[in-house]
Design a protein around this ligand. Structure first.
Ligand code: SAH
Length: 244
């Protein structure tokens, strides 16, 4: 087989945060596959076919990408941020697992800067001690599991980054998540809302859990909850590296 498949992260938005490795790989590609707004970030050129698709069909997209690689094409599947964080890399391996010949594919995963790290850098250092990342969408898991993880992570003292906090199709769950966090962490815990980080629409806000409202988040926001020691210094938010 001469074709290959790369699963590439485009970073949080700013073109300067696309890695050299991803740029070089896109320059060699014959086909780019991905969710419409991410494919739109790839410049078209002669000999490059763009395959934008809707977000809800990740497995179909992965299967299509593998089919094209098997035909000898040089395929890049693009994600925003990092492709391994709530994105296409796992979908590609899920599709690969269903093939009779998984070992015959030339596949590479190219890392990118994930939203929570870009947001944390803007805010200061809220993830300076132990933390976890939770996808608040219940598209691929039951909501009860999200609630259980929120409680256990809070009890374990983790700072937390929340992806997919809120969407039009599930407007009430983030309110419920905030209630659980207030119950577990108290009203004074710091929570930061980082929207469209590194793009012209970037907006940052840090408030206490008592002040937080569901409307502060949307699908372009990553939310970072501090741990019990997280505090402000000047305009920044940071979490000390030692446990208190
Ligand atoms: N693979 C991506 C995450 C995909 S899930 C990554 O590593 O960043 C989509 C979620 O990521 C969004 O709902 C939002 O919570 C977050 N996100 C992606 N880009 C963002 C950005 N520029 N600013 C803030 N949050 C972002």
């Amino acid at each position: 087989m001469t074709g290959w498949l790369a699963v590439a992260g485009l970073g949080p938005g700013d073109e300067r945060l696309v890695t050299e490795e991803v740029r070089a790989t896109l320059a060699e590609a014959t086909d780019v596959v991905g969710y419409i707004p991410y494919v739109a970030r790839v410049a078209s050129r002669e000999g490059l076919r763009l395959h934008p698709s809707d977000n809800r069909v990740e497995i179909d997209r992965a299967r299509h990408a593998l089919d094209m690689a098997a035909e000898g094409r040089r395929v890049v599947v693009v994600s925003s941020g990092d492709p391994g964080v709530f994105a296409m890399a796992a979908a590609v391996f899920e599709a690969l697992e269903r093939r009779p010949d998984p070992g015959s594919f030339d596949i590479r995963v190219l890392p990118g800067i994930t939203a929570m790290l870009a947001a944390a850098a803007r805010l200061g250092a809220p993830l300076g001690h132990d933390f976890c990342a939770i996808n608040l969408s219940d598209n691929l898991k039951p909501w009860e599991l999200v609630e259980r993880r929120l409680r256990l992570a809070a009890q374990a003292g983790f700072a937390m980054a929340f992806y997919n906090p809120r969407s039009r199709t599930r407007p009430h769950q983030f309110a419920r998540a905030l209630d659980i966090l207030r119950e577990e962490c108290g009203p004074d815990r710091l929570i930061s809302f980082a929207r469209a980080v590194t793009t012209p629409e970037e907006a940052l806000a840090t408030v206490t859990l008592a002040e937080a409202t569901p409307e502060m988040a949307d699908m372009r926001t990553v939310v970072i909850l501090g741990n019990a020691d997280t505090r402000r210094v000047g305009h920044f938010v940071y979490t000390p590296r030692s446990a208190g």
